[in-house]
Design a protein around this ligand. Sequence first.
Ligand code: ADP
Ligand code: MG
Ligand code: MG
Length: 877
Amino acid sequence: MAKYVYDFTEGNRNLKDLLGGKGANLAEMTNLGLPVPPGFTITSDACRHYLAEGVVPDGLEQEVAEHLDALESQMGRTLGQADDPLLVSVRSGAKFSMPGMMETVLNIGLNDESVHGLAKQAGGNDRFAWDSYRRLIQMFGKTVLGIDGDRFEEALEALKDRRQDTDLDANELQQLVETFKGIVREETGKDFPADPREQMRLAVMAVFDSWNAPRAILYRRQERIPADLGTAVNIVAMVFGNVGNDSGTGVAFTRDPGTGRQGLYGDYLQNAQGEDVVAGIRNTIPLEELERIDKHSYDELLTIMETLENHYKDLCDIEFTIERGKLWMLQTRVGKRTAAAAFCIATQLVDQGLITLDEAVTRVTGDQLAQLMFPRFDAAAEKKKIAKGMNASPGAAVGKAVFSSARAVELAERGEDVILVRRETNPDDLAGMIAARGILTSRGGKTSHAAVVARGMGKTCVCGAEELEVSTAERTFTAPGGVVVSEGDVISIDGTSGQVFLGEVPVVDSAVVEYFEGAAPDDDLVRAVDRIMRHADAARRLGVRANADTPDDAARARRFGAQGIGLCRTEHMFLGERRQLVEDLVLATDDAERQAALDALEPLQKADFTQIFEAMGGDPVTIRLIDPPLHEFLPDIVELSVKAATEEATEKDRKLLSAVKRLHEQNPMLGLRGVRLGLVIPGLFAMQVRAIAQAAKEVPGATPEIMIPLVAAVQELEAVRDEAAGILAEAGVEALIGTMIEVPRAALTAGQIAEAAEFFSFGTNDLTQMAWGFSRDDVEASFFSNYLDLGIFGVSPFESLDREGVGRLIEIAVREGRAARPGLHLGICGEHGGDPDSVHFCHEVGLDYVSCSPFRIPVARLEAGRAALAETDSDTR
Ligand code: ADP
Ligand code: MG
Ligand code: MG
């Protein structure tokens, strides 16, 4: 029979699929001999069964009962026992951490009788017992019974009347319990369930259900977590941080998740329970101060943190509680960190001898590197600083202040940049956090909800800017000195320093970009990036080239590490004042007129190529012959019609108008373009090839490659190739002649095409459009968001290569192309060349290089290294 329940002593950290991250790591800590309160985990299999069938699987209740019996006998008391109750928490915990997204209920087992037993066992501490009981009703009411949490919050606030929660005495808390029970009765028509086992049963199902709460669904979509994993449920014996001032609860990181710096890092709250720290109900104290309050627990905590780091060989984050001087570990996991911290920590761990440099490369991602290349605020710019909070998630963000999640979403949809300003965020703010450029809160520390979620999303966040008075109702905040910022006013926040500025602050390049531009590494982060990049370069098998059309781009690409140009588009070379010549070409009525236009273009083209060859210093430059339909270079049909109708219209205007009308296409993407153009307009491609050959002769060492776009049949390529080869031979220049594979037919007939092509370059933008049958310009704006919502794809196939469809076409072309021509050189030049997952695909399918825009080159280099290293270690992504 299936086993649905595992005691903490039975699990381990490799069982995350089954036990969830929290359960697997609680088991791991238990087995390491760390002080974890006893408990057990109900598997995510049970959850999946429940979600699919609407009932828990057969045998689950029995198994849970057996484990509860065992827990009770271990603890020497029973769940909710009137004179000495065992209490438990019922905690969600999926495979991937989803901070605050799902539910947890603490203090299960309390009722009108056991509350007295709890007080008695705590030495007559009535206050503690009633505080625990009111927490149970509050959490249970919200989570299990679905009552609006504000009902309880408001009752608590009213009673507190500006005092802190710790100022409430036993009588007041008892009174609050009555109020809460009243709310439950009012909202559900039933009494709060007094039977402890019933409480536990209901809580387990509520945790199962929380997998499908709207905010959890949204979070999973954002983080690309599969929707069908389900959550495990952990039942853990309660320990109490709210017994008095010798107790408390905290969260900590084993090193700074913002910068990676080693050292103690966390928040602590005395006389508090569970989520009080992250919820920001009171201001936490820095963990260092625990040394003064409870040296014994503090020292033990430090030792445990070291044990965990050495064991997990990585930064860990932890939750702990101290109950009357006794330390308990309640959670650990490999902690989220900023991009900067990821690089620093990876190299520190190498220096500590905990991991190898190979592993270090797999510990960082291209997305993190891309984040480090974001701009930051210009230090020299004049700024009006209005506050300083904590630097919770780095970067520079500028936008209009908004005070609610809904408003953030609304303005962002209109294309505005917004900064979401909240006193503190909660999981319901998620949509607004996603929509905003940055997040600013006035409460909560670096482990608050805002900070954790923003770091996970790579979004700039300043939290705990306590000088700010945020009024959500009035949609304003007030900064010291009486500065009032209202909704719509522009502010700038610096997640790296924690500063908040009024108005728009200009931004500049990052230090990492400066390093790629050639500056010597001069801080820890850049040194870490340098080490990892060098190692990734040494490990990778894929070459990395750039998509660059101008000498400037080419030069930058080279500085960023490009080993050539994989795509030099020539169409921009026909714009500006050269449009005139294209018009002449289109309007030519005989061979002589057409040739005159081409002759005028040739020296200009030659100069273009000369400059690019010079910038690339002998590295290969793949030049794509002109691709777009010619009407793209002609004036707009509406403007032309208007002009042609006026007095000053010239003969040429009228001729142009008729040419534009003649060339008009319903589907230009599928019309007269690419190789078709070269075949239909005599001399066009020949002019370009001649210009390339002449330029190559002028620049010693130049290595041109000529690439024909939009080929669908080998016959097209043969015709163009023969002409080009003749021109090259005549000029005495050597150059590979190859083709793009960007039409499905080309991929499917790659064996034939390879007979005529010396290289293939996959044009995955067109290939994606044509494989799916949609035009990117039309579909991305009109219905992609629906498709993403419907889960038809998890990410746009233009962003990340569609392995199943487009990828299959590529695989066929690779296999059949190489079979026909062994050693056929293969690359990719769509935007996918700089997308991490697509780079891995290119590695796996055996391409020789990827080509991407200059700014993505470092990302591609890193991911190519990771892909190569992943072959030896399958668990890196
Ligand atoms: P989340 O996943 O949102 O962090 P948790 O299940 O970790 O939710 O629990 C919420 C809070 O309650 C955490 O601060 C946790 O440490 C605390 N907590 C959970 N179980 C217990 C327990 N048995 N005793 C004391 N505190 C607990
Ligand atoms: Mg937790
Ligand atoms: Mg194309």
